[in-house]
Write a new protein. Structure first.
Lengths: 887, 111
């Protein structure tokens, strides 16, 4: 009877009862016929048939119970028996459950991240209808200017609702050092399109988003809880955003976190409040729409694409050159599904998470092999039990089922423990992720997909590691097993081969993981220790914004000069300078330049990167000046324009000749700017990221920039801990003006943040590599110990016949060597094929880096022999008399 | 598994059913009791109370296959057939029965 039928029997016992009743009625009818043939009257015959049959209802119940209970009861009995068997050998149970718990926990933790970052849909109404508007084409740009957004909003006819938003970080403090809260500028239909409801008060509506709107704000639920303790009286109060008071009108629904997965907007302000709305070259808005019911995604794409020419025609940025305009008008519009939200985290971590998932699956396989090995050893010990049960008539299938119940129970207990590990693991993972440039806020709670995944993994692993041992355990000849006097006979030779194969597999898989971990750790180490061209320690970055501090725009330069002077005289500050861009900050500025004698191979070939700095910047950063001079008092506004370039620029545009005294000209749209003279050359320094090849970079003097910016990033070098400067910096700036917004970041933190993904991969792969190594060691140790115990007689005989301890040692260690050799060979081959997928994560070494492979192999071999040493030593110490007496 | 008190009888009944079906092919419950009674010259009588639970359990164990069909008298009956596993089981049970009877006989003769 199939499982399906049995299941039906349990769920629909009435149907089964009817069938049994029919069968019994037939039986009684036949009996009555027979009695009548013998001459009995019909009524008597029926009564007699019934009497002989007994109470049909009781019979019916008994038969039905046989059908249902045989199945259910045997399941219960299997479970009880399995529990008893596990309690009987707690050591085995603990090792198995902890191995599985670690394996399953690791899988659950990584899967819950993948679920949160990649798979889950936004917690809004009908997320499948949401589509993000992109620029189409091969670049698939996703950010738009406000004029573009307005043009699209006014021309589209396929969305039931459409909105634009721009993630931002609002400055919450009214004075002194900034405190940031993530937030978003959102257009009027943001909440209504998403179908978000207010928890308190009201949300923003279309009428809130009109030019000249009053400053209002909506709070995210979590922010409301943490900042205001969930007080309802918050409605109508003001909150300072970027040093401007805003009236709080409402709080969003608890489940809503915005549309960017991994970020959690805490404050929402209407887009109309954002400065610079009319700029046609300021790109910051993302656009999402909800397609009208009944409009297919393809139709949406077609219609949106159709309005593109008119949209771009209406929004061409002024002062752009002919070529640039033509390029601009070539842009298109397209849509992509946005049901899962948009996510910079996803773009950054998708591949890393998938690699990690592969890693934890391997770890789980190693754990499974371990448990399978333990089960095999146990099966041998239980050979007699199995033999007896087979001999008294148990079906082999039945025994296999019972053993499988045991393994699935083990896996279930492992999974339970795994969920506990996963809870720790995910919070650890989030901690690692949050050290990156983007703040990460993810809900990685145990939801249905995660639990289903864990359950599935548990059952699958239970069957995976249980099947082979169960099969082997029941494949014994009961007569032989029972006749032979006990120990050591039930397991045939081939049982042991499975054990060895498992150990070899474990060694191979662990080696792959150790090599992978070695590559990622090597990458991380190289990135952390490489010379970035500046000294990353001992520098405090002070980001200053004068915008809302009450200064006239034409006084910004003076205020900055004053601040720089004060920073330089602060006690503990060895050097200080200001710059527009600090390295590895995520900001970048590039433009085309023209140099006589340099012919670009393509348009992009003439690209150079820029920064604007004050004198003393290179000294403060620790970037050596290799030729020429630093900026000084001569380089005023109105004096001949000068520039300092790095070696990469000199090499590329001047073919290695000294560029001192030579000129380049900036390409300004269709024309060329005035020539700028090169007065100094500095060493190359990393600009956007540590991995990059040195970019040709030009440093312009801030003192020659006529546009006065409210922003500046000061770099303060100190001999001590950079953050120790914070109190005096804060006090000093407050003395000048309490309204000046400032943020303090040690340069080393900023550089570290760019390595968040590398740190995550290195930490986790290192951890999992070590875990796999440990599991494989346990497996090897267990197998060898068992093998030695099994061969006690043989070893006893050998010693009795004169074999020395060293011979015995060699015998066992020879076996270790063979297992390791085969495992390591397989592992290296597998690693060469599989580590290639990691190439894009690596830096400074190849996916088959010989030193890493050799190192990992050495570690594996040493650890393997260490695992084999104890059993070997035990074998050598076998007392031949005792061993033989046992026989 | 639910345990019956008359274990030996239960075991024997299984053997008898297996043998009957192996010899006679497809049969319904009533015909099985009739056949056992006839073949044993009325020495053995199968209790209906044990027959159907036994048949259903043997079906669960995969030794028998059951399906509904019509008898020659045009009545609906549940017919049982031996499966391959059932044939194997019959061989095993026959052998252990032979051992048991031989053992018992020897004990009775020499003890």
């Amino acid at each position: 009877m199939g499982w399906y039928r049995r299941f039906i029997n349990v769920v629909r016992p009435d149907r089964l009862s009817r069938e049994i009743r029919r069968e019994m009625d037939f039986h009684m009818a036949e009996r009555a016929d027979e009695l009548m043939a013998g001459g009995m009257g019909e009524a008597d015959a029926r009564r007699e048939a019934r009497r002989r049959f007994g109470n049909p209802s009781t019979q019916q119940e008994r038969t039905r119970d046989t059908d249902i209970l045989t199945w259910l009861e045997s399941l219960g009995a299997d479970l009880r028996y399995a529990l008893r068997a596990l309690r009987a050998s707690p050591g085995f149970a603990i090792v198995a459950i902890v191995s599985l718990g670690l394996g399953i926990g690791a899988n659950t933790a990584i899967f819950s991240l993948i679920n949160a970052v990649i798979l889950r849909t936004l917690p809004v109404e009908r997320p499948e209808e949401l589509m993000q508007v992109t620029m189409g084409g091969k670049e698939q740009g996703t950010v738009f200017t406000n004029p573009l957004w307005e043009a699209i909003r006014d021309r589209q006819d396929v969305f039931a609702g459409v909105f634009a938003y721009s993630g931002t970080e609002f400055d919450l403090t009214a004075g002194g050092e900034s405190r940031r809260a993530s937030g978003a500028w959102v257009s009027g239909d943001y909440f209504s399109t998403l179908g978000v409801r207010p928890a308190v008060g009201r949300l923003l509506v279309r009428d809130d988003d009109v030019r000249g709107c009053p400053p209002i704000a909506v709070l995210g639920y979590g922010f409301w809880q943490s900042e205001y303790g969930g007080a309802r009286t918050v409605i109508g109060k003001t909150i300072s955003l970027d040093r401007t008071p805003h009236t709080i009108v409402g709080v969003a629904d608890p489940s809503f976190f915005g549309v960017e997965v991994g970020e959690s907007a805490q404050v929402y302000a209407p887009l109309c409040l954002r400065p610079g709305l009319d700029s046609r070259s300021n790109w910051y808005l993302r656009i999402v729409g909800r397609r009208k019911p009944g409009v297919a995604p393809q139709q949406v794409a077609t219609r949106v694409s159709a309005i593109a020419p008119a949209v771009y025609e209406a929004t061409v940025p002024p002062r752009w050159g002919v070529g640039e305009r033509a390029e601009y008008l070539k842009n298109g519009l397209n849509v992509v599904a946005a049901a899962n939200g948009l996510s910079p985290i996803r773009r950054q971590y998708q591949r890393a998470l998938i690699v990690l998932m592969a890693v934890v699956v391997l770890v789980l396989l190693v754990a499974c092999a371990n448990v399978a090995n333990l089960l095999l050893a146990r099966a041998a010990a239980r050979g007699r039990e199995m033999a007896i049960r087979l001999a008294i008539g148990a079906a082999r299938r039945r025994l296999v089922r019972q053993l499988l119940t045991e393994s699935v129970l083990l896996a279930g207990l492992g999974a339970t423990l795994g969920i506990v590990f996963a809870r720790w693991g995910t919070s650890l993972l989030l901690g690692l992720l949050s050290r990156g440039q983007l703040p990460v806020s993810l809900d990685v709670g145990l939801d249905v997909p995660v639990l289903a995944f864990t359950l599935g993994v548990a059952i699958l692993t239970g069957v995976l590691f249980g099947l082979a041992p169960a099969w082997r355990a029941t494949r014994i000849d009961p007569q032989a097993a029972l006749k032979a006097n006990g120990r050591g006979v039930a397991e045939g030779h081939s049982r042991f081969t499975i054990g060895k194969a498992l150990v070899v597999g474990q060694i191979a898989l662990s080696l792959v993981l150790v090599i992978g971990a070695g590559l990622l750790l090597g990458t991380f180490r190289r990135l952390v220790t490489l010379d970035p061209g500046f000294k990353r320690d001992g520098v405090l970055i002070v980001s200053v914004n004068l915008r809302n501090a009450g200064y006239q725009a034409n006084r910004y330069g003076m205020v900055h000069d004053d601040l720089l002077g004060r920073f330089r005289s602060l006690p503990g500050v060895q050097a200080a300078a200001a710059s527009v861009i600090t390295p590895i900050s995520g900001s970048s500025w590039n433009d085309f330049i023209r140099v006589d004698g340099f012919t670009p191979k393509s348009a992009d070939d003439a690209l150079a990167y820029f920064n604007e700095v004050t004198d003393g910047f290179f000294a403060a950063m620790g970037t050596p000046l290799v030729a020429g001079r630093d900026f000084d008092a001569r380089d005023r506004l109105g004096a001949p324009p000068v520039v300092i370039v790095n070696e990469a620029l000199a090499k590329k545009f001047f073919h290695g000749a000294s560029p001192l005294g030579k000129y380049y000209r900036p390409v300004e749209h269709d024309s060329l700017g005035a020539p700028i003279q090169i007065v100094g050359v500095v060493k190359d320094a990393k600009y956007q990221e540590l991995r990059e090849e040195a970019l040709p970079t030009a440093y312009l003097p801030l003192s020659q920039d006529s546009a006065q910016s409210p922003y500046a990033n000061y770099v303060l070098r100190t001999a001590g801990e950079p953050s120790s400067l914070a109190p005096s910096v804060n006090a000093m700036v407050a003395e000048v003006n309490r309204s000046i917004a400032l943020e303090l970041t040690p340069l080393s933190d900023q550089v570290d943040a760019s390595l968040a993904r590398e740190r995550l991969l290195a930490t986790l792969s290192g951890f999992f590599g070590a875990l796999a190594l440990l599991l494989a060691t346990i497996g090897l140790y267990g197998t060898l110990s068992y093998s030695v115990a099994r061969r006690r007689n043989e070893i006893g005989v050998r010693i009795a016949l004169g074999a020395g301890q060293d011979r015995v040692l060699r015998l066992v260690l020879g076996e270790v060597a063979r297992l390791i050799l085969v495992g390591v060979t397989l592992g290296v081959v597998a690693a060469v094929f599989s580590t290639r997928v990691m190439t894009s994560f690596l830096f400074g070494l190849s996916a088959s880096d010989p030193a890493t492979v050799a190192g990992a192999t050495t570690i594996m071999t040493v650890v393997g022999f260490a695992a084999g040493a104890l059993p070997a030593w035990r074998a050598a110490r076998v007392d031949p008399i005792a061993a033989l007496r046992e026989e | 598994m639910s345990r019956q008190r008359n274990d030996i009888l239960q075991g024997t009944l299984v053997l008898l059913i297996l043998k009957t079906l192996s010899a006679q092919g497809r049969m319904h419950g009533y015909a099985i009791t009739a056949h056992i009674q006839r073949a044993s010259a009325d020495l053995l009588r199968v209790e209906e109370g044990s027959l159907y639970p036994a048949l259903h359990r043997m079906e669960q164990d995969g030794w028998l296959r059951a399906d509904w069909g019509l008898t020659e008298k045009n009545r609906q009956a549940r017919f049982y057939t031996l499966t391959a596993a059932g044939k194997k089981q019959l061989a095993t049970e026959q052998e252990s029965w032979a051992r048991l009877t031989e053992g018992v006989t020897r004990v009775l003769r020499y003890a």
